[in-house]
Ligand binder design. Sequence first.
Ligand code: COA
Length: 435
Amino acid sequence: MTDYKQMYQAKLTSADELAARVESGWLIGMDAGAAQTPEIMSAVAKRAYADEIKDVKVQTLLDVYPLEFYADQNLKGKITGCSWFSSGGARKAINGGWADFIPAYYRDIPKYVRSLYDYDVFCVSVSPMDKHGYFSLGTTSSYSQAMLEKSKRIFLEVNENQPRAVNGLQIHISQVDGLVEANYKLPVLPPTVIDDVSQTIGNLIAERIPDGACIQLGIGAVPDATGMALKNKHDLGIHTEMFTDSMVELIECGAVNNSKKQIHRGISVTTFAYGSQRIYDFIDDNPGIAFMPVDYVNDPDVICRNDNVISINAALEVDLWGQVCSESIGTKHMSGSGGQIDYVRGACQSKGGKSFIAFPSTAKGGEISKIKSTLTTGAVCTTSKNDVDYIVTEYGVAQLRGRSLSDRAKQLIAIAHPNFRDELSFEAKKRGILI
Ligand code: COA
């Protein structure tokens, strides 16, 4: 029998030694959030600072570590980051002009990874090796399988704080080219502050969610508040892109048991997890949660196979036609489409399903209405007027799908902040859409 521990020892090295193998012009792949390898990347950055390498490109998604090539514009041309969905440092670097962004539906990324790119190395954080020689990718499935297939080499950061997802992607020691042990704590999201406005919105949505529904919750305070407002429901299921703290709460309080799902009954399905330490503890050795590739989890034709799918996502602004911008403030880049459209479509195709886009009626301390006559110049339309379903603010719920422009404008003005309703009505009349 092969001695996996011996293979492990033979491949065990330091981050500096792995970085020394990186050559100018390489394309490095990493996956989402806590799957990334900050120690290896810091060692690669050291070589770039020393002018030993240049023209290295790194693809990332949901950037939660302070990666040097996003934090420091002096690395432009030496290491250039390119994000599929930016946050944190990547957002600043993209707006500053020293990092790039690839627009995509999240579900399509594995297809692009397989068809458009060849990676010199895939760097990924994993949990310690099991007795069969396997490492679990822990918090992430996402597009890692595609990167494993398209990468010439695999470098691991083996981290004892990375949970072992028994129903998730595994890498075998025989596939690995080099590994380091790096036992830092995984990144955690600061706890969400659920204020009165988010709570009101969460309650409005919760009233419209039946027992037995299958839920997806997006990123932000409003999806979190909605999750917490579902604690008195029964027999809920989870099929979601991102697994969140409020989902752990719903499982542990008994509101979620996945008993009414048509597919993956009894199991919560996701493609990555990000939140507090509580999530990582929950995932560890837990057969009740499955991490599956995003081209499956986010496929609207898969999502809709469950009945009563309810998707809840946030937005930055919405115009009176119901066009939803969730990824820019005018031309200022904020994030990406992620899985928003996948879940809007999947939910609306599901028998009894509904999609909610929810947000406070104003931003910047009440100065700006998030319901606008037209989207701000340069704003990205994330969810189209043809796809949008329910829009929710603390002033109520608008149901737009299948409704006329005039009906939409009236409903949206009614849930805008009272300070902006006259101005919005004036604009709508001027544009001839209030009839
Ligand atoms: N005009 C100007 N500024 C605005 C604004 C507007 N219309 N709306 C929000 N802002 C500001 C906020 O004040 C805040 O500023 P701050 O950082 O200085 O406090 C910032 O923009 C972020 O807004 P916030 O509402 O706090 O964002 P969030 O953390 O709740 O995230 C999205 C909201 C839309 C950015 C996030 O949900 C996203 O990226 N969505 C796209 C992908 C998606 O939906 N995926 C779903 C599957 S997981």
